[in-house]
Ligand binder design. Structure first.
Ligand code: CP3
Length: 358
């Protein structure tokens, strides 16, 4: 693929970036986690012909799938590059397969601390260049309609998948590592943090305009473990990314942390250096604002299951939610990813309701 080195088209809708920076907005910006995905028939059509990671690795396909929700939902104020958090474990040498109906599978997960030394930490971001190429192509193709979000998994969430070998209800094996191999656990979390920082810098160089860090498995940590296992690494990321960008004379971008299930520690999350804190649907918006104070943007948090309700109920719940958050320093989203059987009408209703809430 040849990379277009022309300057990117000017941004026409900057509500997302304004809200992230704490500036006034005309309307509350709205996007949805997993907005490009299985609930869209046009996505299913692409997936029928191509393996999941083939879509991630082929900039033209990743770009097409990223743009699909924008064509359907005129109220969307952002796009998120089509990829997956598990491309990092792949880039450090692990095999990851995506099994339809089952999710990700690692045929050879990490079993013991010595397995860390089988991982290849020599230039993994070089092997992730295809994500940068997808971002650059997509930035040009969006033509400035809305900003493009880049993302990564956070260290603890990635480590969990690498040890469990896929999704897990209990995280039994990873939690045993914390219990029995704390030094090696922290070594692995540190190595992953180094990759994540370089990976995010590369995404901004390629054209990402906001970065979201997914700590989806924070829900498996106690509040005490969140402080010792997740936060020390999460808090390094914004500072190190900003430093790295500054060294390359690249302007910084806003950063969002979404630590699912860590609503117990929003006051601590507010001190980690992020511009935006994503909250899941278990947290009350008014309580969240009290916990984080006035200088952080909140993102969230309708329960994805609410999108199965009748359309008039969805509309009212969405407006009520938005008004609880308030218009200032707020980005509307769901409290986790949209689920595959969600009716398409519900996405229309949700995004339209946000723009009519104030
Ligand atoms: O949001 C978007 O539209 C961008 C694309 C995106 C995907 N995954 C595509 C995807 C993003 C941001 C992710 C992040 C991701 N991936 C997370 C963090 C967010 C979260 O949901 O907590 C996690 C934990 C993963 C790992 C992962 N990938 C799992 C557990 C699964 C299977 C379960 C599921 O929800 O689908 C995936 C598969 C996946 N990633 C799909 C998509 C569209 C569906 C796979 C398919 O098409 O077969």
């Amino acid at each position: 693929m040849s990379i277009n080195i022309m300057p990117f088209p000017p941004l026409k809708n900057d509500r997302l970036l304004k809200a992230a920076r704490g500036e006034e907005v005309d309307e509350v910006p709205v996007w949805v986690m997993r907005q490009a995905g299985r609930y869209l028939p046009e996505f299913q059509e692409v997936r029928a012909k191509h393996d999941f990671f083939e879509v991630c690795r082929t900039p033209e396909l990743a770009c097409e799938v990223t743009l699909q929700p924008l064509r359907r939902f005129e109220h969307l104020d952002a796009s998120i590059i089509f990829s997956d958090i598990l491309v990092i474990p792949q880039a450090i040498g692990m095999t990851v397969e995506m099994h339809p109906g089952k999710g990700p599978v690692f045929p050879n997960p990490l079993e013991k601390p010595e397995d860390i030394d089988t991982l290849d930490f020599n230039d993994p971001v070089g092997r992730l260049k295809y994500v940068g190429n997808a971002i650059t192509l997509t930035r040009h193709s969006i033509a400035g309609k809305v900003p493009l979000i880049g993302f990564t998994g956070a260290p603890w969430t990635l480590m969990g998948y690498m040890i469990e070998g896929g999704g897990s209800k209990t995280m039994e094996k990873s939690k045993k590592w914390i219990e029995n191999h704390l030094v090696e656990t922290k070594r692995l979390l540190g190595l992953l943090t180094d990759v994540i920082v370089d990976y995010l810098i590369m995404q901004v160089e390629a054209g990402a305009q906001l970065l979201q860090i997914f700590e989806s498995s924070a829900e498996h940590l106690s509040p005490e473990q969140f402080v010792t296992i997740s936060m020390p690494y999460l808090r390094q990321i914004p500072e190190r990314v900003r430093d790295g960008l500054q060294k390359k004379s690249i302007p910084t971008v806003p950063m969002t942390i979404f630590a699912k299930g860590a609503g117990h520690s929003l006051n601590l999350q507010a001190k980690m250096g992020y511009d935006v804190i994503g909250i899941d649907w278990t947290v009350d918006p008014v309580k969240a604002r009290q916990d984080v104070g006035p200088n952080i943007t909140l993102q969230g948090n309708l329960d994805p299951q609410d999108l199965y309700k009748p359309q008039d109920e969805i509309r009212q719940m969405t407006i009520d939610m938005a008004r609880k958050f308030g218009k200032h320093r707020y980005i509307a989203n769901l409290g986790h990813g949209i689920t595959p059987a969600t009716p398409i009408d519900s996405m229309h209703t949700f995004t339209e309701a946000i723009h009519s809430a104030f």
